[in-house]
Design a binder for this molecule. Structure first.
Ligand code: TRP
Ligand code: SF4
Length: 334
């Protein structure tokens, strides 16, 4: 039997290069060999967007289209919508007994996010909601509702996986061995730097290239990318390691070309404007097949609806079976 993969994405915006080179490539690689459940985590998205339901709703379809566009095959991957699986909410309630509030408060990912969301949760996190603090519990429910064994994620998700494993161990110790401990599956490149040189590419940082970005947008963004600040004149020698343009050449250009960029840059034989233009060409070439695949879904939105409907039906079946086991173990199988 194929092993089960479960992973999720919050529908809060379109996918960018960071998503693609982070988890996306792994999804593509893994889809052939595993039973793959891909959750569009709208309930989780609502934990910090509860005041913006329209945004979450819109992005359920957007993100599904993006995922199909990068080459996920809906015959192999079950796309499903978290809110449509009541078992996940039920499990969240059951697991909430198995985790302390202080453990949640210490979760590094949760802590970092609270600090980023001052507007919503207060300067010192004093307005944190029960729901947001508890989202790692809900994520443990996501994973275990599907008996997820392997979870492809970026490294920022490791504390959430660890929290899930703790819940599983505690559940099994108290109620008898019922749940599987999931293993995270990290990508080679777990994090892509932003155009501004920031360690992370992100929407809130305004330093991302989106998979749906049109040529004009790509041009504008790359023209504004951070280069070696010591290079002032066109023929100044520079250090490509300090340049985001070189960094992105490495993602979308051939090895041979990258070597040339590096050599010429170091010698002062390459101007930054020409170097950026070359990157723009390669970036657009990279994005083109993704955008072409996406077009099919944009023109036929009912295809996306159908894929989500079918995947959600399958997910429901699986979660129902798992729930039966859990309720038996907890002695609430009336
Ligand atoms: N927390 C993940 C994120 O921020 C999304 C997610 C929801 C997830 N449920 C999951 C990831 C289950 C892995 C497994 O992107
Ligand atoms: Fe960066 Fe290219 Fe300029 Fe060198 S020549 S600093 S690699 S943009």
């Amino acid at each position: 039997m194929k092993k089960t993969i479960l992973t999720g994405l919050r529908p809060t915006g379109n996918l960018h290069l960071g998503h693609f080179f982070g988890a996306g490539q792994n999804y593509i690689k893994l889809q052939d060999d595993y039973q793959f459940y891909l959750e569009i985590a709208d309930v989780q998205a609502l934990t910090d967007n509860f005041n913006n339901p329209e945004k979450v709703r819109k992005n359920v379809k957007e993100i599904t289209a993006d995922l199909l566009a990068i080459g996920l095959n809906p015959e192999k991957v079950n796309f499903f919508i978290q809110s449509q699986i009541p078992e996940i909410a039920e499990l969240t309630v059951f697991y909430s007994n198995l985790v302390t509030v202080s453990r949640l408060q210490r979760n590094p990912t949760v802590k970092a996010e609270i600090a980023q969301k001052k507007e919503l949760f207060g300067e010192k996190g004093e307005s944190i909601t029960y729901g947001f603090l508890g989202y790692p519990v809900s994520q443990a429910a996501d994973i275990t509702a599907f008996d997820g064994e392997l979870v492809p994620v970026g490294d920022d998700q490791l504390p959430l996986l660890e929290q899930c494993r703790e819940i599983v161990r505690k559940f099994n110790a108290i109620y008898g061995v019922t749940l599987k401990e999931p293993t995270p599956y990290l990508s080679k490149t777990t994090r892509i730097k932003g155009l501004d040189g920031n360690e992370k590419m992100g929407k809130s940082l305004g330093n991302a290239i989106y998979l749906i970005d049109e040529e004009e947008t790509v041009t504008k963004k790359i023209m504004g990318a951070v280069t070696d600040p010591e290079k002032i004149k066109k023929d100044d020698p520079a250090n490509p390691e300090k340049c985001m343009v070189y960094y992105y050449h490495n993602l979308v250009n051939s090895e041979e070309n990258c070597r040339l960029v590096c050599e010429e840059c170091k010698k002062g034989a390459r101007g930054c404007v020409a170097c950026k233009k070359e990157l723009i060409t390669h970036m657009n070439e990279f994005l083109k097949p993704i955008q072409e695949r996406r077009k099919k879904y944009e023109e036929n939105p009912e295809l996306i609806e159908e894929i989500l409907k079918k995947g959600t039906e399958k997910a429901k079946e699986k979660a129902r079976m798992q729930m039966k086991k859990v309720k038996e173990a907890m002695k609430i199988d009336y």
